[in-house]
Structure formats: C-alpha cells, structure tokens
Design a protein around this ligand. Structure first.
Ligand code: BES
Ligand code: MN
Ligand code: ZN
Length: 490
C-alpha cells in the first residue's frame, strides 16, 4: 500500500473510491463529516438518525451515493469519545477502516481520520499511527499455506487534511520505514524453528548489508566465540546441531565520530528448555524466543530505510536451546567472556546466558548506551500481561527516555525496580553467580543477572515475553518503540 499526505482537501470535491471520515460517540461529527453533511443538505444527519451507527469505537458504516459528494463511497468510522480520540486511537480506527475497504476496486482511499488532530504536536505521530494501523490491517503470514488469499496490490492511501499538514517532511518516510521494520520482524518471528535458525538470522542480516550501503555485518562463528572466551553463550548452543552465531550489524548513519547506540537481541530460535525440559503444552510458541533479535533487525532496517542520522550497533545472540548428549547439565559451571563464572542451575534460563556474553562483547564499541531486548521470563507475563513490556535499567534518565518514546508511539514499557537487595537471590554455592533467582521476582532477578555484565555503560533491558506475540502471531513489537527512541535521540 502506497501512502501520501495531501493538505487542503475539499472534502466534498475530492475524487476517490472511498472517503473515510470520523464520527465520534453519540453521532458527533468530525470536521470532515460536518462538511459532507452540509454539502448534501443534511443527508448524513438523516442517515445517522436511524442509529445503525452511532460513533462508538470499532463501529463502521459504508455509505453509497451520498448527495453532494464526489467520492464513490464514504466510510464512517466510529472513533469513540471525542476528547479521548488521540494518535493512538487513530491507529485502531485506521486499522478498522482499511480492513473495510479491501476490495480490488479500492485503488484510492482518502482518509480524513486524523484531520481533527492536525496540530504541530500531533502531526508526525498521526502519520506514524495511520501508516502502522494500515500495515497492521494488511499483514498476513502465508509463506507455508498452499491456498493463499489474494493479495491486493496497487492500493493508495491518501492521508488527507482540510488545512495544511502541520508535521515535517520526514513524517511519511519515517512511518513507512517503521512499518517495513515491523513487517521484517514479524515475518522472521512467525517462521518456525526449522526454518528460522541462527544461520537464517545471520543470512538475513548479511542480505540487509548487501542492500544498504551504510550497513556492515560481521558473523562470529562458534570457533570465534571460543577464542573470545564466550563460555556462557556456547553452553547454550552446544546442545544443538544448529551452530550458534553472534551477528554484529553496524549501521553508520551519522558519520564516524558519534558513539553508537547498541541494541542487543536475544535470538533463541527455539527454546525447549534444554535438559531442564519445558512441558509440552504450547512449546511451539518457543519459536518466538528470537523476537529480541528480530526486533533488532527490524529496527536497523527501519533506520536504514529512513536514513536516520544515528549510529547503531546491533548484536544478535542467536542459538538454539536443545537437550542432547552434548547439552549442558543443570549444575554445570561455565566461564563467561567477562571472566565471571556461572553455575547453570536451570538450563531453561538460557536467554541470560547468551545475552551476557553479547553484552560484554558490545562494550568494545564504546556505546553511548545499550538496550537489550529479550523474551526473557514467563514472570514478565504474570506481572504485566500482554499489553506492556517490562523495562529495567541502571540509568534513570535512559529509562525515562525509553518510556516517553514508547508512550508516544503506543508501544508502552513499564519500569520495574532492580535494587541491589535482589542480588542475593542469584548467589551460587560454587561459582561467582547462579543463573536463576528462585520463585519470586523472576523478571527482576533476570535483569539483575544481566546487570553484572553491563557495569561499563548506560544500559536498559526490555523483557518482551508478554508483548512479542499474541496467540500464534508475532506483533512486531517493540520495533515501534525502539525506532521512535532512535528518532527522538537523533
Ligand atoms: N523463553 C523463556 C521465557 C518465556 C516463557 C517467554 C514463556 C515467553 C513465554 C525463557 O528462556 C525461560 O524459559 N525462562 C524461565 C526462567 C526460569 C527457569 C528462571 C521462565 O521464565 O520460566
Ligand atoms: Mn528458556
Ligand atoms: Zn528462552
């Protein structure tokens, strides 16, 4: 779907297959809807009087041959309480609208849904939310279906305003780039574990480096990691026939003197639990245990597409967690790249084991800050459910910035504490540190474990166990949050 922004639209005159306008709760007309009503001498009000449609969130109503209007059809979209309608509600309204007008004949759709919100403060975000909502509505993952629904191509979504668009020139470019980043992340994550292996993630990164000139990719093989002393990472990949990979992406958008932002993603392409085997129910969902890595790839793709002037280092800690004769036993002790020894009391707490070596390694790039992204703990779902991801950090200003970007773009993070008092739960009888922290505060103790390896820089950790997928499908989160954060930094 192509997009454009069009200012100064005359709502009654404009020619399109479908004109989309907002109606708020209790039939309150948006500015654009009021213009339509006037052009038809109250025709719209007459139709609304039937109360088939009253403007509640989620409602929609197609109208044909509306008097005084050039558009072939008009779609009314219920937008709920007028006061509560902001950029985030606009995303859902756009999703509803685009799902309605998916006929082949709909080549040009003009959406006025954001018109009443067109202020300097809102304008860029209006575009972001409309583009993401439309992309979300159109997304399907059908790579392995024999009968695929017909894909409608060549559609154009015109984002219309009755006045002059109040945002910047970059808004549409940025929003489209974020949508492409989300799509990449979702496609990778939806692939099953027999296809999306560590090698597949590495090849995806290498393919991106061929496409974008200012992106370089380097792949550390297991032998390289052995030389670097990454005993913690290797303790996870050693049980699998799939070789583990540490993939380094260097996006240079801002020239050489700027310290990079580092994004480190958990890339466990399938998590069986290892010898501490998981129960069978829903184990298939552990193909999503690489969404951290997928979101790093998606975010870097978004940056490259929009040519964002920032430097980003991406690290994918990619391994498969399998039980086998070569697998790590509970109780095994390994040495991490940092020199710290780890007693692996549960092989299912593998995410932190692959991440800690990646976090040590990334220090060599002297990053200005580091964010790791991981489907790390089931406890995170208990704490925050599937709506909001957990954020833990060793730097409050960084945590505040991440939360602000997330709130703005509608991809929210909520901070949990990581006081030193929790450290005692990670004590090990025989090594420097254990890899589990017992029954309570699982998300916090997992972050505290990572905190041992992030002392040299400003660092934040996103636990996305609850938000990375819903049911059986990847959500694309937290690509919007990460990209918005980088836009806000740039
Ligand atoms: N990948 C899982 C966490 C997870 C579980 C994410 C369910 C989403 C849904 C992680 O590797 C894991 O198994 N964590 C353990 C840690 C425990 C052994 C300390 C968990 O959360 O149970
Ligand atoms: Mn696990
Ligand atoms: Zn895992």
């Amino acid at each position: 779907m192509n997009h454009s922004i069009v200012s100064n639209i005359a709502v009654d005159q404009t020619d399109c297959d479908c004109l989309v306008v907002a109606v708020y709760q209790d039939k309150q007309l948006s500015n654009a809807a009021a213009t339509i009503d006037k052009a038809g001498d109250g025709a719209l009000s007459e139709l609304l009087a039937f109360e088939d449609f009253t403007g509640k969130t989620g409602e929609s109503q197609l109208l044909y041959k509306l008097a005084g209007i050039n558009a072939k059809r008009v779609l009314l979209v219920g937008c709920g309480e007028k006061d509560g309608f902001g950029a985030l509600a606009l995303r859902a309204a756009t999703k509803t609208a685009v799902a309605k007008v998916s006929n082949k004949a709909d080549t040009k759709i003009t959406s006025m849904l954001g018109d009443d919100l067109n202020t300097v403060d809102n304008a860029n975000n209006i575009i972001m939310q409309m583009v993401l909502g439309a992309a979300d509505s159109r997304y399907q993952f059908t790579s392995h279906k024999s009968d695929t629904p017909e894909v409608i191509t060549g559609q154009h979504l015109e984002i219309g305003f009755t006045g002059a668009f109040a945002g910047d020139d970059q808004a549409l470019n940025q929003a489209s780039a974020v949508a492409l980043g989300c799509e990449l992340s979702r496609d990778l994550s939806n692939q099953p574990g027999n296809i999306c292996t560590p090698t597949y993630l590495a090849e995806t990164a290498l393919g991106m480096a061929r496409k974008f000139k200012n992106l370089e990719v380097e792949v550390l093989e297991e032998a390289d990691m052995e030389k670097l002393g990454m005993g913690s990472f290797l303790s996870v990949s050693q049980g699998s026939d799939q070789p583990g990979k540490m993939v380094i992406l260097k996006y240079n958008g801002a020239g050489n003197s700027d310290a990079p932002v580092a994004l480190v993603g958990k890339g466990v392409t399938f998590d069986t639990g290892g010898i501490s085997l998981k129960p069978g129910a829903s184990m298939d969902e552990m193909k999503f245990d690489m969404v951290g890595s997928a979101s790093v790839l998606g975010t870097i793709k978004a940056c490259a597409e929009m040519k964002l002037p920032v430097n980003v280092i991406g690290v994918l800690a990619a391994a498969e967690n399998m039980p086998s004769a070569r697998a790590t036993r509970p109780g095994d002790i390994v040495k991490s790249m940092s020199g710290k020894t780890i007693e692996i009391l549960n092989t299912d707490a593998e995410g932190r084991l692959v991440l800690c070596d990646a976090l040590t390694y990334v220090g060599k790039y002297k990053p200005k800050l580091v964010i790791d992204i991981a489907t790390l703990t089931g406890a995170c779902i208990v704490a925050l459910g599937h709506e909001i991801c957990a954020l833990l950090a060793n730097d409050q200003a960084l945590a505040d910035d991440i939360m602000a970007s997330g709130n703005k773009v509608g991809d929210q993070a909520w901070q949990l504490p990581m006081n030193d008092d929790y450290q005692k739960q990670l004590k090990s009888a025989h090594a420097d540190i254990g890899n589990i922290g017992g029954k309570s505060a699982g998300t916090i103790t997992a972050a505290c474990f990572l905190g041992h390896f992030t002392k040299d820089y400003r660092w934040a950790h996103l636990d996305i166990a609850g938000t990375a997928w819903n049911g059986k499908e990847s959500t694309g989160r937290p690509v919007p949050l990460l990209t918005q954060f980088l836009i806000d930094q740039a």
